[in-house]
Design a protein around this ligand. Sequence first.
Ligand code: ADP
Ligand code: ZN
Ligand code: ZN
Length: 683
Amino acid sequence: MTRVSAIAQVEPLTTARALRGPFDYARPHGVDVGSVLVVPFGRRDVVGVVTGLADASRHDVVAPRDVLEARLPPALVELALWMARDLCSTPARALALLLPPRGARTKTALWAAAARAPERDERLTPRQRALLGTLPRAAGADLAALRRLEARGLVRLGPRPVRRAPAQVAVGARRASPALTSDQEAALAAIRAAPPGGPGLLLHGVTGSGKTEVYLRAAAETLAAGRGVVVLVPEIALTPQIVSRFAQRFGDTVAVLHSGLSAGERHDEWMRLRRGEARVCVGPRSAVFAPLADLGLVVVDEEHDPSYKHEGDPRYDARRVAARRAATERAVLVAGSATPRPESFHALRRLRLPARVDGRRLPPVEVVDMREARRAVHPRTHEALVDARKAIVLLNRRGWSNFLSCRSCGQVWECPSCDVTLVLHRADGRLACHHCGHRERVPARCCACGSISIARHGTGTQRLEHELAGPVFRLDADVGDPARVLAAFEAADRGVLVGTQMVAKGHDFPDVELGVVLDADATLRFPDFRAEERTFALVTQLAGRAGRGPRGGRVLVQTITPEAESIRLAAAHDADAFLAAELERRALLRYPPFSTLVRVVCSSPRPAAAQAAARDVHARLAAAGLAPLGPAPLFRLRGRERSQVVVKAAERAPAVAAIGAAVDATAAAREHRAAAFSVEVDA
Ligand code: ADP
Ligand code: ZN
Ligand code: ZN
């Protein structure tokens, strides 16, 4: 007989960076790696996850207070520990991301089932006979009558789990799949032949080229082989179509996981996946943690989408986590996009779907030179908007105007906590900071000189909504329900959809004749090495939304830098040339995928403290031979001065470990008590 390990090593889910487990507890019967416990910790009880087992402890151990219902698969415990190392975070923070919602439990209802058949001469009222004929079912209003039958041994009453099903999955008839095109067949064959746990594949095809159909077929084959499937999508609210297509093809086998669900729904979907009742999980970035036991396929749809990056700690990138899961759980990774990232193009084998399934050509894209223009909308664009029955206009700026200034003294309205200008939101009569959420009343007069002459500069989506001829549908982060706006635009037979980059995502409207990008330079001006990539993707993605109907379509891109490569090549629909040029530039400048970029941000409410801390971090990194860049000041945010140090590391793991050590040492120094530190790997 093998000995049963008596000790459970538990990582308590506290957020304190200095407190690292695991800690030893007595191991109750049935507890294993992945079990979620409530343990006494200091003077509190905290939730913790079992990350290992041991035969003995060097300390006296106490028993956990409780064992919770959810249990992580051991592979996910491993994944969390890897994330903590890979992203310079803590095991507790990484594990916390993987658990189902706390506090939610399986809901049960009392069910009645037949216990035995009545004897032929057994005396039953007609009502009792009728009741027996309806079994099994929920007890409900007939509970008293059923209890009497239970007492006679005819009925068995007991609790049974009730599923709280999310709305998206509750769809009607299943839909059959069409015969594949030869390009789709070739892609599917390559996916079928891909080595499990290998680097994965990149499905590169324009919008409407049939990528989703390939995912569906690959998923069907994976399920037939008895394995599970994870499908990642950018944002459920903006891409309901792909969820319903999976649900229509695979029915109840599909679970969805996203933040729009109630805690009960999320708990039930999680448990269905955990028990193997659902074997396909569709959802945004956090669905990469779906508790599927035998994962065979991971799909990342619209793999270029920035929403795959999580902004909390750990700052995980769901695409990197997906690749890790595929590698360790021996699954096949398929990333799809019309505008793949240079990183994916570099690392993955590419499968090409070169044409739209319906045979329609991509719409011609015209670049509109705005260097001499006086208004936000060029006369040519204006004319095109008047002509088009349905159009989409992208302007990556929320609100009414980007800033206000006094015409008499030049005073500019800025956020009291951040070094940025306040944006006018005219509808609710407020100025708002888009970084910290600060809001204040629109001024009637200048607070510096008292003048009532205040100028509004620039155009945001709200002002555009007001200025364009209707009907206008606005879609940005300030509208409550994006799905409603999209549905209204779809149902309308004419109109303009105006909004931020949200309008360029996965929707499929057949009758949009015109796509417009206003101020394409807004993304290009961003001080980020991904600015070119983003601009190319935005223009190309918007072009993919236009001209899918019988009347065809066209796209106009307004810019003050018509010669910029990202705009020129997007207009030419030349993704290959763009990717080649972009990779060459990145290799030259040693940007990802040719390095790992790590950013250390030091911040403090005290002016000089952030700078001093950053100088100290810089010195330690230089001493470790990491050739850090900086320190460079960042704009003040939420009342905190900030300063950053950047490392371009050739080798990721040792660099991350060295940076973690340097930050910990700096944070521990007395003179930096007023500073806080955040490490962003893959910044
Ligand atoms: P993508 O994901 O690349 O945008 P989809 O898979 O959504 O492309 O395909 C676009 C449209 O063409 C969808 O309406 C889909 O149902 C249809 N479609 C896809 N593949 C085929 C096929 N082989 N035959 C007929 N219709 C198809
Ligand atoms: Zn003034
Ligand atoms: Zn602010």
